[in-house]
Design a protein around this ligand. Structure first.
Ligand code: A3P
Length: 293
């Protein structure tokens, strides 16, 4: 497949974006949400695919198991914001979803979420991951995904990440914006990648109580096993091996799945600079992350 050149970043209402996420803006903003829609909102690389697979199994794992074995995750849980040449847009895929509820993925910062989701009072699951591991994961994602801007060397990518000059803008603004929203929107479940790694079963239970689901103990265990890192990594329906724009030979999509991989990338000086800047950007918030467990 002939691939287009890497997209360029530009400022879009104060957030760095690429055309893939702004070309279909009006349609995305005018999406008609349904009251039972579930929005899975994240900053990129926070564990979106993991949580998408958990929710898809919770809702449809028993009623339509063929769904999980034949439809890739990005079709089961479409990415609303996405628009690429000669492919159906995320908005079209959302409109065409036959399921109820519809599970919808978005990386939009909270101020860009289409108003219909608030009007319909939809449930939202927000997943957040510590900044250092997110930066590392985002760097490797940029290397392998032709629809991301060229990440360059790690050291320069890290500076761009700190400045918010990456697709979907500042990690700091994103996680804080959604955290503040949680204080007023009761149907928002804010969860952490690190907690999922620490105890996946506990996090599935928390998701179930938020969603009003009560799977049998056996079903819950089955889901917990199915979403373990190794299983999702070898599963063609979750590992993005079906997506031509991603070169898994450069880096896997389901890559390491660890808390603390940043230690293999940050130099001591980079870590100190990062921490100092982090303190400034994350002061006056109760939001806390773990960079190791
Ligand atoms: P790493 O690059 O650090 O390995 P997203 O789906 O939001 O793009 O996030 C991708 C990150 O989640 C990758 O992180 C990927 O390996 C990790 N991930 C995906 N499935 C996982 C699982 N089942 N267990 C642990 N981590 C997982």
């Amino acid at each position: 497949m002939e691939l287009p050149p890497r997209p360029k970043l530009f400022d879009f209402h104060g957030v760095s974006m690429t055309k893939c996420f702004t070309d279909n803006w009006d349609n995305v903003q005018n999406v008609k949400a349904r009251p039972d829609d579930i929005l899975i909102a994240t900053y990129p690389k926070a564990g979106t695919t993991w949580v998408s697979q958990i929710l898809d199994l919770l809702y449809f794992g028993q009623t339509s198991p063929e769904r999980q074995s034949s439809i890739p995750i990005h079709m089961r849980v479409p990415f609303l914001d996405l628009c690429r040449p000669s492919q159906p847009t995320g908005k079209d895929l959302v409109d065409q979803l036959p399921t109820s509820p519809r599970l919808i993925k978005s990386h939009l910062p909270v101020q860009f979420v289409p108003k219909s989701f608030w009007e319909q009072n939809c449930r939202i699951v927000y997943v957040a991951r510590n900044a250092k591991d997110t930066a590392v994961s985002y760097f490797h994602f940029g290397r392998m995904n032709m629809f991301q801007p060229e990440p360059g060397e790690w050291s320069s990518f890290l500076q761009h990440f700190i400045q918010g000059e990456v697709v979907f803008g500042s990690w700091y603004d994103h996680v804080r914006g959604w955290w503040e929203k949680k204080q007023t929107h009761s149907k928002l479940h804010y969860m952490f990648y690190e907690d999922l790694i620490e105890d996946t079963g506990r996090e599935i239970d928390r998701l179930c109580s938020f969603l009003g689901l009560s799977p049998s103990a056996e079903e819950r265990e089955r889901i917990r096993g199915a979403v373990q890192f190794d299983n999702m990594k070898k599963n063609k329906m979750t590992n993005y091996s079906t997506v031509p724009s991603m070169d898994l030979k450069v880096s896997s999509f389901i890559r390491k799945g660890k808390v603390g991989d940043w230690k293999n990338h940050f130099t001591v000086a980079q870590s100190e600079q990062f921490d100092e800047d982090y303190k400034k950007k994350m002061k006056n918030t109760t939001l806390q992350f773990r960079t190791e467990i």
